[in-house]
Design a protein around this ligand. Structure first.
Ligand code: AMP
Ligand code: ZN
Length: 457
């Protein structure tokens, strides 16, 4: 069996083969740490963790890098607007450095909650200013940079295939552009270095051959990726929004600096879509993992929900779908728990499941096979061993799960008994009345084939 992955650059499903021996080097664009990550961002990191776990499971020796963008990401992709970190500093009254530290730690905590394996290498943009300056110098020496009053820019018109990844219609963009591009020569040109505003002292700024300022957002990723993984490595990934700007620009820089397209495979996760009006129980806020925890959800239910959709299709988030994922995950956990000691994995099922994940990480189909396995008449010990093997890829932490014994308050217990009796008597009106009373005491009932279970609201 081989692993097949969809490469956005060639727009095709390709058999995966490491560039060198058994080593696989992955770079994943990390968070801009000016606020908590929202659950959409986290979907992308779950997809990348699934990729990494799949490659690990296959037997490759994986090096996984995630960067921390703590400077240079402006509010507009057109390289205008404010630096998001400095903006976060104004919003909270903390320093830019404190902001970056706070949200980096929060992000790492989110990854722990989601059972995302820690990358082998973390790297911060502000720790790699000299590497970025060296790369910009190289671009300048090769004649691809020009200077304006506010920074150093990459001249995209000098690269014949600029924007190939996104199949950008560069000529059309330049001809049809209505936005003001200021001193930029072309609409698609982007900042390599920005000068600090003359009338303002930035909290984060450095000396450079061109003047005091800070690096553009795109140069950090190519400079750090090359430092840790080499000029051409195996897989570069991120969310699909990175295709037309951020990754197109990373490739442009690499083509000029190293004559490569930086990565052999470019993988992109599609979006989690949220219906803000329904989503935001707290006014207007985008949803953070902590909010899910505050509502009593297990973060791994969100991981399960993400696995139910293919990473290359958008996923619409609803509370009902999260409830469904939590129920399914709990059934899986209870089953695994009830099966006792694991035996020997079943090769046929294991192969069927691997066949699905090796086919461009088709986790929804893998889950379908898993449920067939659960319902099969295979010996429990074999089922358990097979599931625990697969969980190395799914990351649902099935091994360590223990049922929590919840202390149910007396009045709730009484109402539960009354409701059970009413249901036995087929008195649905009464049963619903008891359910409402239980809800008023802060508990939600979930009925399944195994009986009624309670959850704190
Ligand atoms: P950022 O912190 O904005 O740089 O984004 C971090 C990661 O989340 C990037 O890989 C983005 O492509 C990804 N991303 C942003 N919004 C979403 C979304 N709604 N669904 C999935 N991924 C997203
Ligand atoms: Zn990046």
């Amino acid at each position: 069996m081989k692993i097949k992955l969809y490469d956005s650059y060639s727009r095709s499903l390709r058999e995966f083969e490491p560039i060198k021996g058994n080593e696989v080097k992955i770079y994943a664009c990390g968070p801009t740490v000016y606020d908590y990550a929202h659950i959409g961002n986290l979907r992308t990191y779950i997809f990348e963790d699934t990729l990494r776990r799949t490659l690990d499971f296959f037997g490759y020796d994986v090096t996984h890098v995630i960067n921390i963008t703590d400077v240079g990401h402006l509010t507009s992709d057109a390289d205008t607007g404010e630096d998001k970190i400095e903006q976060g500093s104004k919003r909270t009254g903390k320093t830019a450095w404190e902001i970056a530290e706070l949200y980096t730690e929060a992000f790492k905590q989110d990854l722990v909650h989601l059972n995302i394996l820690e990358p082998g290498i973390w790297c911060r943009a502000t720790d790699h200013i000299s590497e970025q300056i060296t790369a910009i110098r190289k671009i300048e020496e090769k004649g691809f940079a020009y200077i304006t009053t506010d920074g150093v820019y990459f001249d995209t018109s000098k690269l014949t295939n600029y924007g190939y990844l996104a199949r950008l219609d560069v000529a059309g963009l330049n001809a049809g552009q209505r936005i003001d591009i200021g001193e930029k020569r072309n609409a698609t040109d982007f900042a390599l270095w920005k000068f600090s505003p003359k009338d303002q002292v930035r909290q984060m700024e450095w000396e450079s051959p061109w003047g005091t300022g800070f690096p553009g957002w795109h140069i950090e990723c190519s400079a750090m990726a090359v430092k840790y993984l080499g000029e051409m490595f195996d897989i570069h990934c991120g969310g699909k929004d990175h295709i037309p700007v951020h990754h197109s620009n990373e490739i442009a820089q690499a083509e000029v600096c190293y004559g490569t397209k930086l990565a052999n495979f470019w993988l992109h996760g599609y979006f989690l879509e949220t219906d803000q009006s329904k989503m935001s129980k707290s006014a207007g806020a985008s949803l953070h993992l902590q909010t899910l925890l505050d509502y009593g959800y297990d973060p791994l239910s969100y991981r399960y929900l993400c696995l139910t959709a293919h990473y290359r299709s958008d996923l619409k988030f609803t509370w009902e779908s999260l409830d469904g994922a939590e129920t399914a995950l709990n059934r899986l956990r209870s089953a695994v728990h009830a099966w006792g000691e694991p035996g020997i994995p079943d090769d046929q099922y294991l192969q069927q499941i691997c066949h699905q994940v090796y086919d461009d990480l088709n986790t929804p189909k893998a889950l379908a096979v898993i449920w067939r396995l659960v319902k099969s008449n295979l010996a429990p010990a074999r089922k358990k061993a097979t599931l625990l093997e697969c969980d190395k890829i799914l990351g649902l932490n099935l091994t360590n799960w223990q049922p929590t014994v919840v202390e149910i308050p007396g009045p709730v217990k009484e109402l539960m008994d009354l409701r059970a009796q009413a249901r036995k008597d087929r008195n649905w009106v009464e049963a619903d009345k008891f359910r409402d009373q239980i809800a008023e005491l802060g508990y939600e009932i979930e009925d399944s084939a195994e009986g009624a279970t309670l959850r704190k609201k």
